[in-house]
Design a protein. Structure first.
Length: 292
């Protein structure tokens, strides 16, 4: 007989509701009564906004059939008493992530490596770019590559093609991995809450062209990056993750850029991981992030 135990299915429930007594108990007690084991739990009560947030990862003690419909119906009845907005996700599930990129390849390379090694539990149905430069990289990974150059005159038409690819791919998330085009207001609205951008500084920071040269001229002592959700206000969307490292007077612009590339890769990957693991709640202009 084999000593290998069957692997239990893992589930994640996320919920938010008005702050009130019993919000943790209503979820944990239900899971206990149903015979589930809690692997991980995070909660936060925003006393300024009177809003409660909770994320619980759970499993059965043994591998059993999980009836999603029964679970949702029964938990929904209890959650309604607390005006809870909630979602349930179950393994195994790979989020479909469409990546948009221009010429800089460092963030794309990092995401592809994490995808290839299984570090990020994702599928990449498409890579979209306004330049042809990275097509060979996509082909090496056997991922469809769409070259859609954009000018002021062709932007509406090309963005419509971009959005069609996203829809056809049934993407759960769009990642702007140094995609150097500003999305239109309409596109931002369509992708609200499901598109992550990486910015080459700690926001707010040095905006416009040649940011690392601006930083060098100012004698900057910190280099950072910010991953945030795309919004209609340029680089003002809810922040998910930020990375920072100290530098000093010996760093020339090219040194700052190299350091920045490393931070951008790590910060973007962290934000993607938080999104696909259902660790983020959008909370007005902010986000609540239950990172590991």
């Amino acid at each position: 007989m084999s000593d290998i135990k069957p692997v239990s299915q893992t589930h994640v429930i996320t919920a938010s509701c008005p702050s009130q007594p019993g919000t943790v108990d209503v979820v944990t007690r239900f899971l206990f009564e149903q015979g589930f084991y809690i692997n991980e739990i995070h909660s936060f009560d925003d006393t300024d906004q009177d809003r409660f947030f909770i994320r619980i990862e759970f499993r059965a003690d043994t591998a059993t059939n999980f009836n999603r419909d029964d679970f949702c119906q029964q938990f929904g009845e209890r959650a309604s008493e607390f005006e809870m907005k909630w979602e349930l996700a179950s393994s195994p599930y790979k989020s479909k992530v469409v990546i948009m990129v221009s010429k800089h390849d460092h963030c794309l390379n990092d995401l592809l490596y994490r995808y290839r090694t299984g570090d990020l539990n994702i599928e990449i149905p498409a890579i979209i770019s306004n330049h042809p430069d990275l097509e060979d990289l996509a082909k090496w990974h056997d991922i469809p590559y769409y070259h859609l150059p954009i000018t002021k005159e062709t932007k509406p038409e090309q963005e419509a093609k971009v959005f069609q690819i996203i829809q056809d791919s049934e993407a759960d998330l769009v990642v702007l991995a140094r995609y150097m085009q500003v999305l239109s207001s309409d596109m931002c609205k369509k992708l609200s809450g499901k598109a992550i951008n990486i910015h080459h500084s700690l926001l707010p920071g040095f905006k416009g062209a040649r940011p690392y040269y601006q930083a060098y001229d100012r004698g900057i002592k910190l280099v950072g990056a910010t991953a945030h959700y795309v919004s209609d206000d340029l680089d003002e969307g809810p922040i998910i993750s930020q990375g920072v490292e100290t530098v000093d007077h010996s760093y020339y612009p090219q040194d700052l850029a190299a350091k920045g590339r490393d931070i951008e890769c790590l910060t973007l990957a962290r934000a993607v991981r938080c999104h696909i693991e259902h660790r983020i709640f959008l909370h007005g202009k902010k986000s609540v992030v239950f990172a590991k």
